[in-house]
Write a protein that binds this ligand. Structure first.
Ligand SMILES: Nc1nc2c(ncn2[C@@H]2O[C@H](COP(=O)(O)OP(=O)(O)OP(=O)(O)O)[C@@H](O)[C@H]2O)c(=O)[nH]1
Length: 308
């Protein structure tokens, strides 16, 4: 493990450094806050051994600085010649985790380092598990693309970014045509299989890394196209219709084609939507029009789209 030793006294740095080395860890010794923060920014540090009384910035202040700057928890053990209860309490209050009085015994130091590292490892595992759970909660288990929750999160981010970069953000809402008839005739399991196949075809039409597909609900998908103009989005919509025609996912009970087709509503942040949800709402209105006009087609949102 990499153990950062922060102490203004060279003699103590050398002694503690030697103890850390003897315990088969890697000591990284520094004499104050500037060097300590620099090492923390550049290296992976597993435990910090922190002197309290230091000129310029003391150990308590430096601990607060570390806790503020670094989101990942690194155990901090204070080393001080002062063993007063008030000092210990202040140290813990500042964000430290343990306290050792100097002179330090090698066995005790080693045991404390191991105990802290064990807690840090457990916390890291917990953080990773949480991250995984968070990711899973944004994925649709049937099709493996983002679910509605994941879409809303990504859309919020894309929306902000595209405004900042003054780029057009287009959104396609796609709905499988006559899917009730598909389910009714082929059964729900084949309906599920069809949703997976459609998701695969749609994913295959994504071009750039920041583009994404989500299953918005039921047989509805949303495709988010950052840095894509409305006319580009329309041609992407047409490509999707062509890709599904090519995939020929048999649907004998559709009124418009012998295979599965989609209708598409398209909106963009240039059409007056004030927020991400309005962008979805506009695409939904355009989708409604695409259905009304006969399905298997793309319709762009127009302010008059919903007036008839
Ligand atoms: N197999 C399966 N079916 C689903 C799922 N979610 C929704 N559906 C079905 O999707 C169908 C949607 O039907 P409708 O909303 O009437 O739409 P439609 O028949 O596609 O008609 P149009 O959209 O007007 O072309 C319903 O039969 C739902 O049961 C799912 O997860 N799996």
């Amino acid at each position: 493990m990499n153990i950062l030793v922060v102490d203004d006294n060279k003699c103590i740095r050398d002694v503690i450094g030697a103890m850390v080395l003897a315990s088969e860890h890697q000591p990284i010794v520094v004499d104050g806050h500037v060097a300590a923060l620099d090492k923390l920014r550049r290296l992976v540090i597993d435990v910090i051994l922190m002197d309290i009384e230091m000129p310029e910035v003391d150990g308590l202040t430096l601990t607060r600085m570390v806790r503020k700057e670094f989101s990942q928890w690194i155990p901090i053990i204070f080393l001080s010649a002062n063993d007063s209860a008030r000092y210990l309490a202040e140290g813990i209050e500042a964000g430290g985790d343990d306290y050792l009085t100097k002179p330090v015994k090698e066995e005790i130091l080693n045991a404390k380092i191991l105990a802290m590292a064990r807690i840090a490892r457990m916390k890291q595992q917990l953080d990773e598990a949480n991250k995984k759970l968070e990711m899973l909660s944004c994925i649709d288990p049937l099709t493996n693309v983002l679910n509605r929750r994941g879409l809303e999160r990504e859309l919020q981010e894309s929306w902000q970014q595209n405004i900042k970069q003054r780029q057009e953000l287009s959104l396609l809402m796609l709905d499988i045509d006559f899917f009730k008839a598909y389910n009714d005739h082929y059964g729900h399991p084949r309906g599920d299989q069809c949703l997976r196949q459609v998701a695969t075809v749609l994913t295959g039409t994504l071009l750039k890394g920041e583009e994404l597909l989500a299953r918005y609900g039921g047989e509805e998908f949303v495709m988010l196209l950052p840095a894509t103009s409305l006319s580009q989005a329309r041609s992407r919509g047409r490509n999707i219709i062509a890709a599904l025609n090519q995939a020929e996912i048999v649907h004998e009970f559709s009124d418009i084609a012998p295979w599965v087709t989609v209708s598409i509503g398209i909106s963009s942040n240039t059409l007056g939507a004030k927020n991400p949800l309005a962008l979805i709402e506009q695409a939904d209105q355009a989708l409604y029009q695409a259905k009304r006009r006969g399905r298997m087609q793309c319709v762009l949102f127009q302010k008059t789209t919903n007036v008839w």
